[in-house]
Structure formats: structure tokens, C-alpha cells
Design a protein around this ligand. Structure first.
Ligand code: AMP
Ligand code: ZN
Length: 486
């Protein structure tokens, strides 16, 4: 047995301080994480899904490091306007009007679609899905506590005065409240960065989703929701708050301001005053083809990848190849390469799939595990961790049980399912395919028979038929994949 290596200390990049910091949980042994979830007025695009692959990988890493994880993801089913800066319509009400459905139906439909996408990506369920409309009474209580000292009322609602807290906008690094492209959108706001805590339903109108409050009938502001659900489920301060990098500019600075107000208004020099010790943001997935805008017809969502024959887990692997703080450019070629990489991993892992796991004593495997720990502990170094998983999978002349344990340990963090996926899971038939798997397999058997009988004319004819149906026959494919659909 090799000496057990000292586990690497976990370091995470905190957007609030713009630096790597050792992870020090608020409650020893625990990790409490809140991830801003989707506004369920439409499908999520694959860029959105990068945010949840990131949050899931963070959660898996915290579990791997031995922390008892409590992860919350919210569902925003009310209150998010078409602009992040208090302008435009409520996204939910607008979608409901467009589709001739109730806002509640819209929310239920897109929530289910979102959860299916998460399943496809092996994103683990959070400890709890917090649904914004379930927390409205609590939001009103929160708002009441800060209203007198930090808010003012206008005809359109209750607004938060950002000059009442120290260091407003530090997370965004906005120099002034005119910075970051903020625009005065609402008449009577004291500062352009002030934001709605409560939005009153305009006189003479009714909303599908509205509640009574001390500031009139209306709906909560989007930023308030996350402050309240985080505090309700994780206490305050909790450990880590996540979201996409766009949230670093408006949504999270506003959450922080509310949290500061709620907690007595300490300076942000002490990270705890912001409500969460660490604020983490994933960078964007970008697409030069402009297919990630939900306002255009066909946009890039996971279903489209599946329709074109790509396993969603190829997309997960594609995300893991990049560091979460780097931009990642989407391309179909890149996705194809990720799928091939996943296939190779799967093939390499099949030899130990049936083995009983055994404690790792082989020093080569132990060494890989140690490096894996170091990579993930260094602000989630997934790109390096992936290559270590591949090295372990490819290792020859090694005890099968120990190899299995090594792969299982690494895969529990990366979430690709390399020990459980079947080849068929990766061989998805494109929606446009003109032939079924059974027909392909039957043709391949006949072709094999023809070749065995040295009837090469028949064999070639079968191959041509398959090509015409969009099937590439891969004779001697080192991956043993036999065929693939174009
Ligand atoms: P939304 O439903 O708009 O609140 O977005 C859900 C999550 O996706 C948020 O954490 C966003 O910051 C994140 N997000 C939005 N667009 C992208 C993108 N292109 N790449 C990565 N994350 C994104
Ligand atoms: Zn949020």
C-alpha cells in the first residue's frame, strides 16, 4: 500500500475578490450551494445548460472532497422581466399571452423540459428545487424588513436605493452607477442602478400571477427571489452562490445589496456580508452562428443535438474540456470530436465494467488519483482531470478491480457515466435518418455472410445500399463501432 497522499486543499475562484481562495465552509464539513436557476418561459439553450453542468461539477467535487452537500436550484416562474434592468414585460406573462396558455401552464411545461435536459446531462438532482411562487410570503417579509431603511416607493413599485449599502456593485466592478451600460428605465428612480423589490400591477390591469403586499397588489422583483430562497433554504451566509457570468453584472450585485441590507449592512471587505462567502460564475458558451438567441426560431437546445444524433453526454464532455471560467465556442465539429472521445473512453472502460471494485494499492493508479484530486481541487481543473480519466482507462496490465474503482471515483466527479453507458446510448439515430438500427444490423449480417461466402459483388451492393441510406460502414474501426449514421 502506498502512503495515502495528503488530499489537496480545495481552492475556488471567488468573483467577489477576483482571486483563488481556499474553501472554508461556514459549517464545518458541510457545503451549502445556491445556483440561480432558469426562468421557465421558454426552453433552455445549451449555453444555459453549461451553467448547470458547471454547478453540478462543483457539487460533485464538493462531495468528492468529503463535504456534505446541500445544493439548491431555483425555478423562476414569476418576476423576471425581458430586460434585467426593470424594463419590459414579465417574461412569463408575455409567453403565456403569446401561446394562449396560463403562466402556470407555461411554467410547468418548461420546468419539465428543463429537468429532462438535466437528466440527459447526468446533472444530479439538487437537494431541493425552490420554486419562486412558493416563497412569495417570505419575500414580502424580507422586503418589509429592509423597506424602511433601504427602499422607496414609486407609483410602479418599491425600489431599492443602492446608495444605502456600502460597496454597491463591487462584484461587477462597476465604477459608478452609470457604469456597465445601465440606463435609466423607470421614472423617478433616485439612481439608475436602483432596482425593483416589488412591482405593482398597474391600475386597471390584472396579472395572472399577483399577490397582495404592503405596497399594493403585484409581484416580487426577480433579484429578491434569489436572496429569499437562498436565505430560507441555506441560512445566511451560506457557502457558494453560482450563476452565469452575465449575473455578475446586475442580478448578483443586486442580490448582494439586498443581503447586506438584510444582514445589517456590513462592508463587502468581509465576504460574509454579501450573503454567500464565495460567488462563482461560469463563462459563456458562444455560437458564431447566432443560434443561441431564443428570439430566433430554431435555437441550439439539447433536443436539437439529440435529433442530429449526438448524445447529450458528448456535450457534457465538451463543456468539461474547457475550464468553466473560459469562453467556450460551440461547433458541430467540436461536438463530433467530443463524441468520439467519449466513445473511446467507453470502449476502454468496458474491460473492467464487470469487475468487482477493489481498494487501490497499485501505485500507478494511486498516482493518477492523486493528480486527479489536485486538478479538481485547483478551481475545478476538468480539462486535466479528463485526461487523467483517459489514462486510467487506457492502463494495461493492471488489476481490473482496482482500475474499476479508479474509474468509478473519477467518473463520480466528472459525471460521464463511462461505467454504465451502453454503446447504444451513444449511437443515437438522427431524426432525419431513413433507416432503423434493426435494418442496419440485418444488412450488416447479410453482408458478413456474403463476404464469408466470398460473394464480393453482393457484399459491395449491400454496402452501397447502406451508404445510400446514410450509413457509413466502418470496417476495421479500432473503436469497434462497426457503423455510424452520417
Ligand atoms: P436564465 O434562464 O436566462 O436566467 O439563464 C439560466 C442560466 O444560464 C444563468 O445562470 C445564465 O447566467 C446562464 N447563461 C445564459 N446564457 C449563457 C451562455 N451562453 N453560456 C453559459 N451560460 C449562460
Ligand atoms: Zn438568481
Amino acid at each position: 500500500m502506498t502512503d495515502a497522499p495528503a488530499p489537496a486543499p480545495l481552492r475556488l475562484f471567488n468573483s467577489l475578490t477576483r482571486s483563488l481562495e481556499p474553501f472554508q465552509p461556514v459549517h464545518p464539513g458541510e457545503a451549502r450551494v445556491y445556483s440561480c436557476g432558469p426562468t421557465v418561459y421558454n426552453y433552455q439553450h445549451i449555453g444555459n445548460m453549461r451553467a448547470y453542468v458547471f454547478a453540478d461539477t462543483l457539487g460533485r467535487t464538493l462531495s468528492f472532497k468529503g463535504y456534505a452537500l446541500r445544493h439548491i436550484i431555483n425555478i423562476t416562474d414569476v418576476g423576471h422581466l425581458t430586460s434585467d434592468a426593470d424594463a419590459g414585460d414579465d417574461k412569463m406573462e408575455k409567453a403565456a399571452a403569446q401561446q394562449g396558455k396560463t403562466a402556470w401552464d407555461i411554467a410547468a411545461f418548461y420546468t419539465a423540459e428543463f429537468k429532462r435536459d438535466l437528466d440527459w446531462l447526468n446533472v444530479r438532482d439538487p437537494a431541493k428545487w425552490t420554486v419562486a411562487t412558493d416563497y412569495v410570503p417570505r419575500m414580502i417579509e424580507f422586503a418589509k424588513r429592509i423597506a424602511g431603511t433601504h427602499c422607496y416607493e414609486l407609483d410602479s413599485g418599491l425600489y431599492f436605493d443602492v446608495s444605502t449599502v456600502a460597496d454597491y456593485g463591487r462584484l461587477a466592478r462597476a465604477v459608478t452607477d452609470e457604469g456597465e451600460g445601465r440606463i435609466e428605465e423607470v421614472d423617478g428612480k433616485r439612481h439608475s442602478a436602483d432596482f425593483a423589490i416589488w412591482r405593482k400591477t398597474p391600475a386597471g390591469e390584472t396579472r395572472q400571477m399577483e399577490w397582495d403586499s404592503p405596497w399594493g397588489r403585484g409581484a416580487p422583483g426577480w433579484h429578491l427571489e434569489c436572496s429569499v430562497m437562498g436565505e430560507a433554504e441555506l441560512g445566511m451566509p451560506f457557502d457558494i452562490h453560482t450563476g452565469g457570468i452575465d449575473h455578475r453584472e446586475i442580478h448578483h450585485p443586486n442580490e448582494i445589496a439586498q443581503n447586506q441590507a438584510y444582514r445589517g449592512c456590513g462592508s463587502l471587505d468581509c465576504a460574509e456580508h454579501s450573503g454567500a462567502r464565495v460567488w462563482m460564475h461560469n463563462n459563456f458558451l458562444i455560437d458564431r452562428g447566432g443560434k443561441m438567441s431564443k428570439s430566433t426560431g430554431e435555437f441550439l437546445r439539447l433536443q436539437l443535438l439529440v435529433d442530429r444524433g449526438y448524445s447529450p453526454l458528448a456535450y457534457r464532455l465538451m463543456c468539461l474540456q474547457a475550464h468553466y471560467r473560459s469562453e467556450l465556442e460551440f461547433s458541430w465539429e467540436g461536438l463530433g470530436a467530443a463524441l468520439t472521445r467519449l466513445k473511446r473512453l467507453l470502449m476502454a472502460a468496458t474491460t473492467v465494467r464487470e469487475a468487482d471494485g477493489a481498494a487501490v494499492t497499485d501505485h500507478r493508479l494511486a498516482d493518477l488519483l492523486e493528480k486527479f484530486d489536485a486538478a479538481m481541487s485547483d478551481d475545478l481543473g476538468t480539462a486535466v482531470a479528463l485526461t487523467l480519466l483517459e489514462e486510467a482507462a487506457a492502463m494495461k496490465k493492471v488489476d481490473a478491480g482496482q482500475k474499476r474503482t479508479t474509474l468509478a471515483t473519477m467518473d463520480a466527479v466528472l459525471g460521464l457515466g463511462v461505467l454504465t453507458l451502453e454503446r447504444a446510448d451513444l449511437r443515437i439515430r438522427p431524426k432525419s435518418a431513413a433507416i432503423t438500427e434493426d435494418e442496419i444490423e440485418a444488412a450488416l449480417i447479410r453482408r458478413k455472410e456474403a463476404r464469408a461466402a466470398k460473394d464480393f459483388a453482393a457484399s459491395d451492393a449491400l454496402r452501397d445500399e447502406l451508404i445510400a441510406a446514410g450509413v457509413e460502414v466502418m470496417d476495421g474501426d479500432p473503436l469497434g463501432w462497426d457503423w455510424q449514421l452520417e
